[in-house]
Design a protein around this ligand. Sequence first.
Ligand code: ATP
Ligand code: MG
Length: 391
Amino acid sequence: MYKAFLIKYAEIGLKGNNRYLFENALRDRISEVIKPLGEYIVSKEQGRIFVECPDSYDYEETVEAIQRVFGISSFSPVVVIDSTEWEDLEKGVGDYVEAMYPQRNFTFKVMAKRAHKNYPMQSPEICSKMGAYLLKRFPELKVDVHDPEVRLTVEVRNKSYVYSHAIPGPGGMPVGTNGRAMLLLSGGIDSPVAGYMISKRGVSMSAVYFHAPPYTSERAKQKVVDLAKQISKYTGKMKLFVVNFTDIQLYIYEKCPHQELTIIMRRYMMRIAEHFAEKEKCLGLVTGESIGQVASQTMQSLASTDDVCNMPVYRPLVAFDKQDIVDIALKIDTYETSIQPYEDCCTIFVAKHPVIKPNIKTIRNSDRKLEEKIDQMIEEALNGVEVINIE
Ligand code: ATP
Ligand code: MG
């Protein structure tokens, strides 16, 4: 029955003179997600976006796709009446109520909008006449103009549109309106959630994954590709840089105190990530770290990692408990993939008793033990990168 969707957005409405940029980005992003599903027409008018559906389309699939577009506060499935004549309008709205609400013991209010000021009736008149018509056709209904259970909205444009319920959107801002960041994406629970959260603020994503073959398997890498695919349903297409980290890891293992391995490794991950971030014109790095979650995420450890970064490091989960992170992972459907038991390049070389409160100076001293070969190794890791385009 539904032939269109009316998209509403909240925050981007606040952007003053730049508003059209946000609206265009939202329109383009909606077009992008529904394009594979059919020939929809997406248009922007008067503070909202309309999606007109092709004659045959899959309702559930369309709703799911739209629900993943950041910037949407809510959207309403709309019935289109191919006329603006009053009799057609009455019949159309009445049929809508009959079809949508088999139980008609609710209170309602009619709301009306007209796009053309030369339409023979003004909005309040449309509301009262339509209300009266509905009460006559469905005597079980009751009007409540203050707190109705159903708000029935009628919009008269070149055609007429009726809708009465709203599906929540994800909120946030359209991807691409706030620059780009580089996500350090591991196969764990946290980093996909971190990428999702930053992207929700309008940031486009690129990602980097460090693997350590043969210590980590092809299947572990595939898991990261799968996670990237899942979050790209929200973030849009992204490039995934897969860096072979084995030699660097072995070298750190050989030269540095084992209890500092994770921290020093993390410093090199950051440095290499930053290299690709610059190439991709990213404005920051994103990680899934959270204060105190593990030894390498105490405030001292985070400071030791930040020590080598020139770019801002965004850690959207920094104050989240694990369960809060898991809840989001479940919501965005990354959890099941994340908990697949494949080895992680960091856990393989991990020490039994890692430092919990590393001293930056001590870490720098250990880092210097790598001087001889590390630049060459980084160079090789950069050159050997595999780039995967995630659509
Ligand atoms: P996650 O669930 O995201 O793996 P975690 O709790 O396992 O996080 P760590 O393994 O300490 O935490 O990693 C902290 C952060 O460092 C990750 O959230 C991720 O951003 C980054 N990171 C860790 N390992 C890798 C890797 N192999 N490739 C890319 N980034 C990584
Ligand atoms: Mg991890």
